[in-house]
Ligand binder design. Structure first.
Ligand code: XMP
Length: 519
């Protein structure tokens, strides 16, 4: 990962909790930069990253499991403040010579936290008892030498423990169910680690510009993969500030785009970029490679590979392109875990095309100035850079495009259905004033067919699924309880206006266990 300048930071060591990144978000919300790091990071790497403190995340394993993730012993010799959370507490107790026991001590859900030492910095400003959220099987049975308990719950005499500048809690301060969770994290970050509040939108922009300036040489030419979404548009605007006319943007029409997408990009970016905006139509190439392919991961990889080939062709024509810029986000990296920080502990959820499909030997060097940021942070940066608000608040659209909104083989028939049906969903939600409050809203389609009646005769047609979700960062999402009248209008319009469709269904699965995109 890139070094975020001279910013102070908290490193969150990832022991495999699906939501370790939530800890990062909570710390960033406090105004301090935080990033995930592998649980077995070396002390040298920690030093290079200029960490002011470490947080050990939770995780699904038991310290007694074979291959249980444990931090390197020398990490403790750095003398940095540490906060262990859940499994993080158990790992710490285990390594420091205490005892951890399994089963029988299970504790799930809300628990009352009784603070034993109200003077302790970790609990500054918090009244005892307070509600916390527990979710653990194993627990500490005896503490390592020098440790003492500073809070208890009905089932845990060691709900919070400390020794010097090492702290650990059995509960989860990062979840909102822990009433004072944010204050506990703030007490650790400010009171114990001594960090200052210096992570802001302006800091993010300055930091990204500083990083670009130091990387890109004075005559280097940069090619930016522009899709017209907020991520690539923000990447474009940032890089343009550093290299001006040495920036070339390529928009690839891959045949998997939404209705009117290419025209939108022309309208917004032609005036800004002039001849430096290159639009190529490679839809035939993408669609012919996807012919007969039904496996979602395979589709993603094909699209990723074809994108790179398109960029390489454009770059050969333009000549002397040194850098390829992409709008990869932090969440893309976390979810494509095989290339991300959590590769040792999490499984790959989906290979996001921009991180999953890159060939080993790339003809360019890659720059991803947003790869430490979450979507809401990128939107703030985009606002600071003066991008138009309809672009900033446009719903995310996956890199592999409609290929992942079509289940089974990508065919022209299914592309047509998804395009028109999605445009109807978006239009109705805009009319209802709901569009900007939602994370994503679209239609998808597979090979299922159902019987309908059109006119006076029986008709067999496709089943279209409408998906509307709310989310903060796409790592979790809830399906939207749309008013019935809006659902009815959307359903009627799709069956009336999209030929070949007989049924419309509404997806009522949240993430987890579902994902946002159907593939
Ligand atoms: P899932 O479906 O994994 O999606 O819940 C989470 C968010 O990521 C977007 N997404 C992608 N974005 N390349 C991207 O650039 C991809 O391959 C990709 N797959 C999913 C998705 O639209 C949602 O916002």
């Amino acid at each position: 990962m890139r070094e975020t300048g001279s910013l102070e930071k908290i490193l969150v060591l990832d022991f495999g909790a699906q939501y370790a990144h939530l800890i990062c978000r909570r710390v960033r919300e406090l105004g301090v930069f935080a990033e995930l790091a592998p649980y077995d990071i070396s002390p040298d790497q920690v030093r290079r990253k200029k960490a002011r403190g470490l947080i050990f995340s939770g995780g699904p394993k038991s310290v007694y499991d074979r291959n249980a993730p444990l931090p390197k012993q020398e990490i403790y010799d750095l003398g940095l403040p540490i906060l262990g959370i859940c499994y993080g507490l158990q790992a710490l107790v285990f390594q420091k010579g205490g005892e951890v026991v399994g089963a029988g001590n299970r504790e799930y859900g809300r628990a009352s936290l009784k603070i034993v030492d109200e003077q302790n910095v970790l609990f500054q400003g918090i009244k005892s008892p307070t509600l916390c959220w527990m979710s653990h099987g194993d627990a500490a049975e005896s503490l390592p030498p020098g440790f003492s308990s500073i809070a208890t719950s009905d089932n845990s005499p060691f709900a919070a423990i400390t020794s010097g500048n090492i702290y650990a809690v059995q509960f989860h301060p990062e979840v909102t169910h822990t009433k004072e969770g944010s204050r506990i994290l703030a007490n650790f970050v400010f009171g114990i680690c001594g960090c200052e509040r210096n992570w802001s939108t302006e800091a993010m922009v300055d930091d990204a510009l500083e990083e670009l300036q130091s990387k890109i040489g004075p005559s280097d030419r940069v090619l930016c993969a522009l899709s017209g979404g907020v991520d690539s548009s923000t990447t474009t605007a940032l890089i343009e500030k550093v290299v001006g006319k040495r920036l070339y943007c390529v928009f690839v029409d891959n045949g998997l785009l939404r209705e009117g997408e290419r025209e939108r990009v022309e309208r917004v970016f032609r005036p800004r970029l002039g001849r430096n905006l290159v639009i190529v139509n490679d839809s035939y190439k993408f669609l012919s490679k996807l012919k007969g392919i039904t496996d979602p991961e395979e589709k993603r990889k094909i699209v990723g590979r074809e994108f790179i080939l398109s960029f390489e062709r454009v770059s050969r024509k333009l000549g002397k392109i040194k850098w390829l810029a992409q709008g990869t986000l932090y969440t893309d990296i976390v979810e494509s875990a095989s290339s991300g920080v959590s590769r040792n502990t999490q499984s790959v959820i989906k290979s996001h095309h921009n991180v999953g499909g890159l060939p080993k030997k790339l003809g360019f060097s890659l720059i991803e100035p947003l790869k430490d940021l979450y979507k809401d942070e990128v939107r703030k940066v985009a606002k600071t850079l003066g991008l138009p608000s309809d672009l900033i608040y446009a719903h995310p659209f996956p890199g592999p495009g409609l290929a992942v909104r079509i289940m089974g083989e990508v065919t022209n028939e299914k592309l047509r259905i998804v395009r028109i049906a999605s445009a109807i969903v978006e239009e109705e939600l805009r009319l209802a004033g709901l569009y900007e409050k939602l994370w994503q809203a679209y239609a998808c389609v597979g090979d299922d067919e159902a019987t309908g009646v059109k006119g006076d005769s029986r008709a067999v047609g496709h089943v279209v699924i409408v998906r509307v979700v709310e989310s903060v960062d796409a790592m979790t999402a809830d399906w939207t309880r749309l008013p019935y009248e809006i659902m009815e209008r959307i359903s009627n319009r799709i069956t009336n206006e999209v030929s070949g469709v007989t049924w419309v269904t509404y997806a009522i699965s949240s993430k987890p266990p579902a994902t946002i995109e159907p593939q």
